[in-house]
Design a binder for this molecule. Structure first.
Ligand code: TXA
Ligand code: MG
Length: 347
């Protein structure tokens, strides 16, 4: 059973040293960031990084994000940084933005999955920054979850799944944002969003940078199709329960769709995940109602969504319907996670 250090209230300096030592010696540690929890290892130590892949059951072709705490570390992992990349760093670092940069081949091969690029981010979470600083090396860290499962946003959600697979857990309480960082790659003077996050297309365009969403953000990847970000090919965020995303232009259409589904499936145990304001539509329909947050507060929804996707599995449902969200600003990122969690099943 792995130990848990409690850093919710404050960072214990003695324990921080122990964490740094574990990382320096090639161990792996679950720690909080502002987005989701990560499983960290020394990015320059191939054996340590291998342990992450093993702990997660992660496909070897899916590269990891390298976390840094200062610009000297950036120099140690990436090269040829252009003006647009620099502008993105100046504006959004430290913070939830991962930039795909030219690798200078200093990180372990398994981190980049053999690509000549490396995904780098400087997180803003204080615990994460202190851990990287204390270990004095770039830290490779994918989201803390078994591959394919929803990402971990609180220790309680992931402890049992990872407890014998990592050396230590650092508990910093629930993460602020709740979904993973925006992943962006600059090509031909355009910032291409490979994975949407809290930093949105609109936020990047506001800087006067040309930006667009990669075409795979809402579409499934076809067999043998080439993708910019290998992570897009793999099963993601999925609860074990069958989930279906409800797409709708107006509330009435949505309620009609749900009514029809309930009528056609009377023998099934059904739940709906909905905006707080919509709970009233589903009362007296003999289905379970799970509220995901107010329609006026998408950030609250992003904070809750992975925990809700995990909670669904505790209810012994046959099927769970999930209301879709407007695809703008952070809504783009939430809808991207939902459509994948539902494995492209749409109502
Ligand atoms: O918020 C986050 O980014 C969290 C926290 C822990 O920092 N980390 C995270 O890592 O979500 P992970 O491994 O679950 O997701 C990394 C994503 C994958 O979709 C991967 O394919 C993509 O980044 N990626 C990493 N390196 C890449 C590269 N060189 N080129 C293209 N995509 C890359
Ligand atoms: Mg992940």
């Amino acid at each position: 059973m792995s130990r848990i250090y409690n850093f919710k209230e404050n960072i214990n300096e003695e324990e921080l040293k122990n964490i740094a030592n574990i990382l320096k010696e090639g161990g792996i540690v679950v720690f909080p960031t502002e987005t989701v929890y990560g499983i960290g290892a020394d990015a320059t130590n191939d054996k340590a990084v291998e342990k992450i892949f093993k702990a997660k059951g992660r496909p070897q072709d899916n590269p990891l994000i390298v976390h840094i705490s200062n610009y000297d570390m950036l120099k140690s992992v990436a090269k040829n940084i252009n003006n647009i990349e620099k502008k993105l760093m100046d504006k959004f670092w430290p913070g939830p933005l991962t930039i795909i940069l030219k690798s200078n081949n200093k990180v372990a091969d398994s981190v980049t999955a053999g690509l000549d690029t490396v995904g780098v981010r400087m997180p803003s979470n204080d615990i994460a920054l202190k851990i990287i600083e204390a270990s004095n090396r770039p830290i490779a860290a994918p989201s803390a979850n078994v591959s394919g499962r929803p990402s971990g946003t609180k220790i309680e959600d992931i402890y049992s799944e990872l407890k014998d697979r990592v050396d230590l857990f650092v508990d910093g309480g629930p993460t602020d944002i709740g979904i993973e960082s925006t992943v962006v790659k600059v090509e031909n003077n355009t910032a291409i969003i490979l994975r949407p996050g809290k930093i949105s297309l609109e936020d990047i365009q506001e800087l006067g940078i040309n930006a667009k969403l990669d075409k795979h953000i809402f579409a499934d990847v076809k067999k043998n199709e080439k993708v910019e970000s290998p992570g897009m090919k793999h099963r993601h965020y999925a609860p074990n329960t069958k989930t279906i995303l409800i797409e709708y232009a107006e509330d009435k259409i949505m309620v009609d769709k749900v009514d029809k589904y309930i009528n056609n499936n009377k023998n099934l145990n059904i739940a709906v995940v909905c905006f707080d304001e919509h709970a009233k539509y589903y009362q007296n329909k003999n289905i379970k109602i799970i509220k995901m947050g107010s329609i006026k507060d998408p950030l609250q929804i992003s904070k809750n969504i992975f925990s809700i996707l995990r909670y669904i599995d505790k209810l012994e449902l046959d099927v769970c319907l999930i209301e879709g969200i407007n695809k703008d600003h952070i809504g783009t990122a939430i809808e991207n996670r939902l459509i994948r969690a539902c494995e492209y099943n749409i109502l």
